[in-house]
Design a protein around this ligand. Structure first.
Ligand code: 3EB
Length: 322
């Protein structure tokens, strides 16, 4: 086991999680087993360690890491506490992967409390974007093109900023969505510092393939669409995921991935919308896709649903869920 993410305090009893980093995310689980967790496995020898605040576990090629930063500990800094927490998390994350020799960030998950709340005149998601971009720049990392797939969601008030990630020794291929403006090129109306992420990352590993699809929402071009229409937002999100799968298959040189090969998380802003969203996902579920449903605020206030996913392809061609 490379690493684990738990949601809303899921207790971990097996198998010996003491060795693997556990990212503890405070987002309510909306359906099925409340004790669900996300487990990243790898069939290779693994070792664990800690670098500054980053707990990690790694194979020869891949590293899973997790860092949590409580904003209360950072009061009195010149910028907001979230800015300070994000700077610290990204500085330590970059230092860890560079020192340990896994310099390529593949996939990053960001959870921040009160993501849509205004603080000191700026929405906290925008504060996060500014600090993330500035930290990456100060570490000499690129800000467009070869940037990781990512998600950024709200978490319960009072929880720490939690960032967990996968990094590799080899560079992945990054995939953009032809239906959407690249997030790192969003116009200034969405914030002075664009969000630094790619729409998807395609990773070759051990003769197999893994496709990491970033948080995907009802955005066409750079605009939110179907504001207030939950069913239509879900359908538009699926069209975006379909377009990404097509782009990823083109990059991989073969039709490896389809909607039925996805495992993922569906983020739902208002729990009451869950049945509407699930009804729209029925064809994907019938094709074999597997999702868990979490209550989380989406970073754009006008959006109600977001979906992230992963698909893996084993050597020899079989699809398998992670
Ligand atoms: C979007 O497409 C929706 O800031 O890391 C999705 C995935 C979104 C990642 C991030 C934000 C992020 O812009 C929001």
């Amino acid at each position: 086991m490379l690493g684990v993410a738990t949601f809303n305090g899921t207790p971990l009893t097996e198998p010996d999680p003491a060795d693997a980093p556990v990212a503890q995310i405070r987002t309510a689980v909306l359906s099925g087993d409340a004790d669900v967790c996300e487990v990243w496995r790898c069939g290779e020898p693994l070792t664990s360690g800690q670098h500054s605040r980053v707990r990690f576990r790694r194979s020869e090629e891949l590293l899973f890491g997790s860092i949590a930063v409580a904003e209360e500990t950072l009061a009195g800094k010149p910028r907001s506490t979230l800015h300070a927490a994000t700077t610290l998390a990204y500085n330590e994350l970059c230092a860890a992967i560079e020192t340990l020799g896994y310099p390529h960030l593949l996939r990053v998950w960001n959870y921040l409390p009160d993501i849509n709340r205004d603080a000191d005149g700026t929405e906290r998601y925008l504060q996060f974007n500014t600090a993330r971009q500035q930290a990456l720049r100060s570490r000499g990392r690129v800000l467009t093109g070869n940037v990781p797939a990512a998600s950024a969601l709200g978490a319960a008030s009072g929880s720490p900023l939690v960032v967990y990630f996968l990094a590799g020794k080899a560079a992945p291929a990054f995939v953009e969505n032809p239906r959407q403006v690249s997030a790192y090129h969003y116009p200034q109306q969405y914030g002075t510092h664009s969000p630094t992420f790619s729409r998807a990352a395609l990773v070759r590993h051990g003769g197999g393939l893994a496709l990491f699809i970033s948080g995907t929402a009802s955005i066409v071009g750079h605009r939110s669409t179907h504001v207030g229409d939950i069913a239509a937002q879900t359908r538009e999100t699926l069209l975006n995921i379909d377009a990404l799968l097509t782009a990823a298959n083109a990059a991989a040189g073969s039709t490896h991935f389809d909607i039925g090969s996805l495992t993922g998380k569906v983020y739902v802003r208002r729990p009451a919308d869950l049945p509407i969203i699930q009804a729209q996902l029925a064809p994907a579920l019938a094709a074999g896709a597997r999702f868990i449903y979490l209550q989380a605020d989406i970073c754009r206030q006008d959006l109600s649903v977001e979906i992230e996913a992963v698909a893996t392809r084993m050597p020899g061609g079989a699809n398998s869920a992670p």
